[in-house]
Design a protein around this ligand. Structure first.
Ligand SMILES: [Zn+2]
Ligand SMILES: [Zn+2]
Length: 320
């Protein structure tokens, strides 16, 4: 009886209209940011902003200077539905949603709570800015599934890096991809798939277990990829290590040590030299789930988003 009730409750919750809390710009570990918004709230006080506000972390508190006067509080909230956050000399980004800033040990934590459909549009635009509409729609469903499958952080649900999903600024083509697939997510045995995707593969994708990744409730399957098989993206790397292991964890570890593009994918052959190893590989990214280059190739040959999803996520179904 209890189980039945839970299922009824879950299906009663609209899958659209949901919100996601995304921690943004954490990669920069900012001690200070510039905030442009309609107004701010801090320490119970509401202040209209006519100029940008300078926000700083003071230990676990947030300090903001507006019009030459400083206010402190444990939490700063921006009013209005749009705000821009800039880190001097590094990055400036606009967000649509409600934004709040807290601080921990001198580092600001910026969290944007946004409509999940908006976030899906922004992710799709960030990942495939020049894609054909059907490829973009397939990616929108994957991105929405990823969010709907549940949060991965403590202070917020998702981050804005490749650890979760990259979130930049919206573009109009992606907005229609999100709108036309509104609410659609991927299901596998009744659960929502944490749908993964990546740039390009060699000749086929990997099952999650092939590269030591945890696919959650979905195993992911190795499928042939026509566009990449025809003309794969190739790369070569020389690294001062004695051995390499073909897992995503090992690839990320090498990336941390030798730079982000040092081992571009998990599809490579390697040989030992006197100075270390030479890797000759194909593709870009972890190789599990939807191949963006392959999806683009399928869309170009006239295939619809549903066929693209069926191809890269076998045994799943699209539903709301
Ligand atoms: Zn994350
Ligand atoms: Zn591919």
């Amino acid at each position: 009886m209890k189980g039945v009730f839970r299922i009824a409750l879950l299906t009663a919750l609209p899958i659209w209209g949901a919100q996601v809390r995304i921690g943004v710009l954490g990669l920069f570990r900012p001690a200070a940011v510039t905030l442009e918004a309609k107004g701010i709230e801090i320490g119970g006080e509401h202040i209209e902003l006519h100029d940008a506000a300078e926000v700083k972390a003071m230990g676990n508190r947030v300090a903001v200077t507006v019009g030459g006067r400083e206010r402190m509080g444990t939490r700063l909230a921006a009013s209005g539905s749009r705000a821009r956050v800039s880190i001097a000399g590094k990055i400036s980004r606009a967000y649509e949603g409600s934004l709040e800033i807290t601080a921990r040990e001198g580092v600001l934590c910026v969290v944007v709570t946004m409509d999940r459909e908006r976030a899906v549009a922004v992710v799709a635009a960030s990942e495939m800015p020049h894609a054909l509409p059907e490829a973009l729609k397939a990616l929108a469903v994957a991105a929405r599934s990823y969010y709907a499958a549940g949060g991965r952080h403590n202070d917020f649900d998702f981050c804005d890096t490749t650890h979760c999903q990259v979130l930049k600024e919206p573009a109009s083509e992606a907005e229609s991809a999100a709108r036309e697939t509104r609410g659609q997510v991927l299901f596998y045995h009744g659960g929502i798939v944490r749908a993964l995707y990546f740039g390009s593969c060699g000749v086929r994708t990997f099952a999650a277990s092939d590269v030591g990744m945890d696919g959650g409730s979905y195993p992911f399957f190795a499928v042939a990829c026509e566009a990449c098989a025809r003309r794969p993206e190739q790369w070569e790397a020389r690294l001062p290590v004695r051995t390499v292991e073909r897992t995503e964890a090992a690839r990320l570890e090498l990336a941390r040590r030798f730079g982000w593009s040092s081992v571009a994918s998990n599809d490579y052959a390697w040989e030992r030299t006197s100075a270390g190893v030479i890797l000759r590989g194909k593709g870009h990214g972890h190789g599990v789930g939807l191949c963006q280059r392959g999806a683009e190739g399928m869309a170009r040959s006239g295939q619809r988003a549903e066929s693209i999803l069926e191809h890269y996520f076998p045994m799943t179904s699209v539903g709301r």
